[in-house]
Design a protein around this ligand. Structure first.
Ligand code: SF4
Ligand code: SF4
Length: 409
């Protein structure tokens, strides 16, 4: 924090500032306020608390900062202090302390969600659903149509025997791919298997803990991290693969240093394993949305593009502003839906400007946000995870039909 020279360069990339245009809602503003608070120049207020919460932890500012200020670390420390002094708000308490430590309860919540989805709301093609009634925290957002089975029920915990495997990977799925998008999780496993990689999916893995860390609840985060470390250290493998960049960056940055070198994004692992280029055509003009936790936190930029370029028939169009945040930000999208939507609208606009017929990304959170943002712009362009596109190009995943693409109505 002391290294911040208040140059304001970070303001040009902070998605919250770009919408609100208020200095105290910029990176520099937040850092200055937190510093003034710690030095006793100002006292804590609800308004100040909001400034600390209204950050997506997107790493855009840290990447841009000439002084190397790690803004997310400052925000996380401030949130942790706030949670310690004032406790968590009730809804966060339920989510962080009640739900996250127990994936079985998440499973039950998904069953309840499926039940609710059968009652009301509108089918949105592409496997999404728009509630017609108000849901706490979800305020009429397009949501994935929930599956009756989780990823753990869809794929065996050890993929079938491969005679001469190229390698062995543990798949750390994370909550979103295990429960919200199990079809995508299944595509990850199938692609790895097709490339000669043995895959182990420990069913006792738990949430990576990022929602707890981002909310300032370090105790829950530590409990989840310890539980995952016990599971991940047990399996002998060449790498731990994630297809959710938020999980990946949390594991790389906040888990044990001994494990760090073994954690790979799906795209990184495949490129390192010299993946087979597909034979089938995926004839489409495609653009790629970089998840912040992949591009800025993990610096993984080329591998997903290299995989897309290997698919015959794909015409790749880069957006004018690669790296622009989509506005999801985990619980940010739930607590600040208006702001999140505004940021999402700008991102969807720049992706649509490429003329793409499909938006590909590597993050289930970005998929959720972009599906909502594109739908609200009356767009029919589908959003796909890189693993699904590759699985389709290999020919073992059913492509979306024309009826299934996102259509507003
Ligand atoms: S955080 Fe970095 S970029 Fe932003 S004002 Fe401070 S020194 Fe400048
Ligand atoms: S992490 Fe993102 S939202 Fe937060 S201050 Fe930095 S640029 Fe703005």
């Amino acid at each position: 924090m002391i290294r911040c020279v208040r140059c304001g360069q970070c303001r040009s990339v902070c998605p919250v500032f770009l919408v609100k245009k208020v200095e105290s809602d910029s990176t520099r503003g937040r850092v200055t306020l937190i510093r003034a608070l710690l030095e006793g120049e100002i006292s804590f207020s609800e308004e100040l608390g909001e400034k600390v919460w209204q950050c997506l932890l997107c790493h855009s500012c840290s990447q841009e900062c000439p002084s190397g200020v790690q803004v997310e670390k400052i925000i996380l420390a401030a949130r942790s202090k706030m949670a310690e002094l004032r406790g968590l708000p009730f809804s966060k308490k339920v989510l962080i302390q009640g739900l996250l430590p127990n994936l079985k309860s998440l499973s039950k919540l998904m069953a309840l969600g499926r039940f609710l989805q059968s009652f009301g709301g509108k089918e949105v093609p592409g496997g999404y659903w728009l509630p017609s009634f108000s849901l706490p925290l979800f305020s009429s957002r397009v949501l994935p149509r929930l599956n009756s089975r989780s990823l753990f029920q869809m794929v065996p915990s050890e993929a079938p025997f491969i005679p001469r495997p190229k390698g062995r990977a543990v798949f750390y799925a994370g909550c979103m791919l295990a429960y919200g998008y199990p079809r995508t999780g299944k595509a990850v496993v199938e692609v790895l298997y097709y490339n000669g990689i043995e895959v182990v999916i420990p069913p006792d893995q738990v949430c990576c803990g990022l929602p707890a860390l981002a909310s300032g609840h370090r105790e829950t985060f530590t409990r989840l991290r310890e539980a995952n470390l016990r599971v991940l250290k047990r399996v002998k493998a060449d790498g731990i693969v994630t297809a959710c960049p938020s999980c990946g960056s949390t594991l790389k940055e906040y888990y044990s240093s001994e494990l760090q070198a073994k954690i790979f994004d799906f795209s990184e692992f495949l490129v390192a394993a010299d993946f087979k280029p597909p034979d089938r055509e995926w004839k489409s003009v495609v653009t790629y949305h970089d998840p912040c936790h992949l591009r800025k936190a993990q610096k993984v930029v080329r591998p997903p593009r290299r995989i897309l370029a290997s698919i015959p028939g794909i015409k790749f169009k880069e957006a004018a502003d690669p790296g622009r945040c989509c506005g999801f930000g985990g619980t940010f999208g739930l607590y600040y839906p208006g702001l999140s939507r505004e940021i999402g609208r700008a991102r969807a606009g720049s992706l649509l400007d490429t003329g793409a017929e499909a938006v590909v990304t590597s993050c289930p959170g970005c998929m959720l946000q972009l599906a909502d943002s594109l739908y609200r712009q009356q767009s029919t362009v589908p959003v796909r995870h890189l693993a699904e596109v590759l699985a389709e190009a290999y020919g073992f995943h059913k492509p979306l039909t024309a009826k299934e693409v996102v259509r507003p109505g």
